[in-house]
Design a protein around this ligand. Structure first.
Ligand code: PMP
Length: 411
């Protein structure tokens, strides 16, 4: 893509997001918090609204027209998700409320029945709490041990140290595709390759991967890949657990209730086939319809176009931040996507975030649900600006100007 073509498309993309076209505290909004939750294009909002107005009914069990339409829309979204991440079959797409639920499902259904005292779950030091605490819980329940692979001062996973930690006691490896607090792109391909050689399953926390990078679960060869709808321009309360069919097949249901059964009597219950075995109760139908629309939208732009546009913008943001007097960048990995954390002078990040908000600039402040990572850097939190393809250089310039004003205020 030429530079001018890029500029035209970025302006078009931005126009698709109604929430971006408003003022906050009298200033045009600059939204730099997509890593927490991305804005939704009109196509998603309209798809949810149309579903609610015209097609809403419960899925799967109804014989009437609206139930058929709802089922078609819901299951159609599952097909879109399968295609989007190139899973081998729709049976491998378990719909969840988000990444958190997807990881807990694997911890409780895959690990808990098999883990023994002395076994290990291996994660890294830069994980989100959602990829730490579910493993701590299952370790407590089983007597297994949580082992943490180190990172370096740039915020990169120390790959060789991680590989050295892999031994016969490692039962599963959990690793982020992209670290939410730092934007580090982790070397998941290498980790998966080594783990596969030793027959160790790998779960990738893809919450920050799917919105920014092209993800092909078959090419990656991972066993589980978890992600959230609201970080990929879809509704909240939606998410996906991709699992290799063979593994999902071998796992017991996690929650019991309607829809996950074929037959129930007081003597015996026969569970439903995949993926329904893991989807107890009425799901978030409208949310999943919206997630399907988000995928249509992303595919129309193309993940490769998104990744290259964002890389360029990320590099610009980092270069501009580096010019700010008193800035300390947290997270300077060689491979990054979307997010940059920083500290400015000794201004508390919450104060900085509040002053930026007064200028219409929305960033995230605090520990980013990655407290062990903050402990590594010896800080309580950071300010984090995270980009999506609807951002542009003007947004970055506004961020930099707002930081200048914060410096002036704090003297
Ligand atoms: N993992 C990562 C890397 C994340 O960024 C997040 C959300 N901040 C999660 C897991 C949890 O996602 P959710 O709250 O949507 O379940």
């Amino acid at each position: 893509m030429s530079a001018s073509a890029k500029a035209v498309s970025a302006a078009d993309w931005r126009a698709d997001f109604p929430a971006l076209h408003q003022s906050v505290h009298g200033q045009p909004l600059v939204y730099l918090d997509s890593a927490a939750s991305a804005q939704q294009p009109a196509a998603v909002i309209d798809a949810v609204s149309r579903y609610q107005r015209e097609d809403h009914a419960n899925v799967h069990r109804g014989v009437h027209t609206l139930s058929h339409r709802a089922t078609e829309a819901y299951e159609g979204a599952r097909d879109k998700i399968r295609n989007f991440i190139n899973a081998g079959s729709r049976a491998e797409i378990v719909l969840t409320s988000g990444t958190t639920e997807a990881i807990n499902l694997v911890a409780q259904s895959f690990c808990r029945p098999r883990l023994q005292a002395g076994d290990k779950i291996l994660i890294t030091h830069l994980e989100h709490h959602a990829n730490i605490v579910p493993w701590q819980l299952v370790c407590e329940q089983t007597g297994a041990e949580l082992v943490v692979a180190p990172i370096n001062d740039k915020g990169e996973v120390e790959l060789s140290a991680l590989l050295d930690l892999i031994d016969d006691k490692v039962f599963l490896i959990g690793i982020a595709h992209v670290a939410n607090a730092l934007g580090t792109v982790c070397p998941i391909e290498k980790v998966i390759e080594h783990a596969r050689q030793r027959g160790i399953p790998v779960l990738v926390d893809g919450a920050q991967g799917v919105p920014h990078l092209n993800v092909d679960v078959q090419a990656l060869g991972c066993d589980f890949y978890a992600f959230s709808g609201h970080k990929m321009f879809g509704p909240t309360g939606t998410g996906v657990l991709y699992g290799r069919e063979e593994l999902l097949e071998s796992m017991p249901p996690w929650q019991g209730g309607g829809d996950m059964i074929l037959e129930v009597s007081f003597d015996e219950t026969i569970y439903n086939e995949l993926p329904y075995k893991f989807e107890a109760g009425t799901p978030n139908i409208s949310g999943v319809v919206g997630l399907g629309a988000a995928i249509d939208y992303l595919q129309a732009i193309g993940m490769a176009n998104i990744a290259s546009y964002e890389q360029d913008l990320h590099d610009y943001m980092v270069a501009e931040l580096k010019k700010v007097d008193g800035i300390r960048l947290i997270g300077e990995a060689r491979h990054k996507a979307s997010a940059q954390s920083f500290l400015l002078d000794d201004i508390h990040s919450h104060d900085l975030g509040t002053i930026l908000d007064q200028q219409g600039v929305a960033i995230r402040t605090g520990h980013h649900c990655a407290m062990p990572l903050m402990q590594y850097f010896g800080i309580s939190g950071t300010s984090r600006a995270s980009l999506a393809f609807y951002n542009n250089r003007d947004d970055v310039d506004r961020l930099i100007a707002a930081l200048g004003k914060a410096k002036a205020i704090f003297g």
